[in-house]
Design a protein around this ligand. Structure first.
Ligand code: ARG
Length: 503
């Protein structure tokens, strides 16, 4: 290593002699310790190290193609990067207290291996601004597939429960009040569809994330004749961002991912709330498996739905990550500002949270058992068949306005006797309907007074009739099958080649 380059590198060290800054030239002193402490991001961005090294590899090739590295230099650079990756993998090389960010740390590591003369050439034509914008996309694209795969697993378990539920009916509620009976399978599938849409959202988001900002430089592009498309392809992208200012400074791609993550949190939370209620003594609709429940340190009898509660709780924080990020972005002047460093913790936290939550949640769903007898018994209660009476009257030629009134009168009488609708006698029905039909005809209303009959009569598209539910289960399976090509593209490389190791 020539002294000339050593000397220059040393000049970039702070007064304590340890710091390697990437920007020392025009400064007469290194950063104050307070600034260094504030500025440091290695504690959260080191997880981008593999992606950074993958970027460096392809950037080196771009430099060589542009005639800025000789073949020999490229060879030595690639070996140095291999060695750096090895040290990173083995945790032999980790960020030091003095490194500002992952890029600073890795440059220090590279200089150490390749020497200052060769190592110092890699930075030409790129900036941490285009690098970091690219790395976060690479990381999120990889993890979007992990999260989508976990969601698909959850959907399969919910569908399994729906299939096992068969024709079991349960109380369908609006405003939390008994409304109309529905199949348990229908209610479960109502949670599958939003989750399928979340997977589709991730796949759709990926199309927009699939553009590499590498080559945008600090903001205006590069002068060195590098080929950003070749770099993009190497890093698993099919396109390059169209505008270098946009490429380095927009974070809508990160925010959109954060929205989808928040939506997943919300969808899981809605299902959690359902399970928490169903699991109460008063409802007793569902029993959670012991291995997916917790006990109390003081009350021996307790068996708590902690997974569902943690899911509900964590969704709040996932939403917070999204709103925090949006607030960070809203007032920024265009082109890179350091505020943008704040984008990463939000989506890392969301992703970490979902990746630990979803497997536990899926296990709870897969192993819970339903108290079918109780669901069936409760399904028609609370006058849940009142609409069926009204619609039976409509089918017999009575205007809905009157039918609603007549059915309401049935409810009123049953309620005053503290009975259910089917406890009314034929005479009761005959009397109530007398203005519109014969006593004989009135008695036929009984044919619709069962929860099964009620559910089965709702046989329009999307309704709760058994055949319609069986149909939607098939549709859901087909949608998941289709989403599989996105999820699998992580490993088979057909649409997205994940560089580095999956972290
Ligand atoms: N660590 C920064 C980030 O995460 C990238 C560094 C850009 N810094 C700079 N001074 N231009 O956004």
């Amino acid at each position: 290593m020539s002294d000339k380059f050593e000397e220059k590198t040393n000049k970039n060290k702070s007064s304590d002699g340890n710091r390697l800054a990437l920007w020392g030239g025009r400064f007469s002193s290194g950063p104050s310790p307070e600034l260094a402490a504030l500025s440091k991001s290695t504690q959260f961005d080191w997880r981008l190290a593999d992606d950074d090294i993958a970027g460096s590899r392809t950037h080196a090739r771009a430099l060589a193609r542009a005639g800025l590295l000789t073949d020999d230099e490229l060879n030595r650079m690639e070996s140095a990067l291999d060695e750096l990756q090895k040290r990173v993998d083995a945790k032999e090389f980790i960020p030091s207290e003095e490194d500002e960010d992952e890029a600073t740390a890795l440059e220090r590591g590279l200089l150490d291996i390749a020497g200052a003369e060769l190592g110092g050439k890699l930075r030409a034509g790129r900036s941490r601004n285009d690098q970091i914008a690219c790395l976060i996309r690479m990381w999120l694209r990889r993890h979007s597939r992990v999260v989508a795969g976990m969601l698909a697993q959850l959907c399969f378990e919910l569908i399994g429960q729906a299939e096992r539920a068969g024709k079991t009916v349960m109380p369908g509620r609006t405003h939390m009040q008994h409304a109309q009976p529905v199949l348990l399978a229908h209610q479960l599938m109502a949670h599958v569809w939003p989750l399928i849409r979340d997977i589709q959202r991730l796949a759709d988001w990926d199309k927009r994330a699939d553009a590499s900002p590498y080559g945008s430089g600090a903001l205006a592009g590069n002068t060195l004749g590098l080929d950003p498309l070749a770099v993009a392809k190497d890093l698993g992208f099919t396109r390059v961002t169209e505008n270098s200012v946009d490429g380095t400074s927009s974070r809508d791609t990160v925010a959109e991912y954060a929205f989808v993550a928040a939506m997943i949190g919300v969808d899981i939370s809605r299902l959690s709330e359902e399970i928490i209620i169903w699991n109460t003594q008063e409802f007793a609709f569902v029993t959670l498996h012991d291995s997916y429940s917790t006990g109390s340190s003081i009350m021996p009898q307790k068996k708590n739905p902690d997974i569902a509660e943690l899911a509900r709780g964590k969704s709040g924080r996932i939403i917070g990550d999204l709103t925090g990020l949006l607030a960070t972005l809203k007032g920024l002047p265009t082109a890179y500002a350091r505020d943008l460093q704040e984008d990463k913790e939000a989506v890392f936290d969301q992703t970490d949270t979902l990746e630990v939550l979803l497997p536990a949640f899926t296990g709870m769903i897969a192993t819970m058992t339903f108290n079918k007898d109780r669901l069936e018994a409760e399904a028609p209660t609370g006058f849940a068949l009142a609409t069926d009476i009204a619609e039976w009257l409509v089918k017999n030629g009575i205007p809905f306005r009157n039918a609603h009134e007549l059915s309401g009168a049935c409810v009123k009488i049953a309620e005053s006797r503290q009975k259910e609708l089917w406890d009314l006698s034929d005479e009761d029905f005959a009397k109530i309907f007398s203005e519109f039909m014969s006593a004989e005809k009135s008695a036929e209303v009984r044919t619709v007074l069962s929860a099964q009959g009620s559910a089965n009569s709702r046989c329009g598209k999307g309704g709760t009739a058994y055949e319609r539910v069986a149909e939607q289960i098939e549709e859901a399976q087909a949608a998941l099958e289709e989403a599989g090509s996105f999820i699998r593209s992580a490993s088979d490389g057909s649409a997205y080649k994940a560089p580095g190791s999956i972290e």
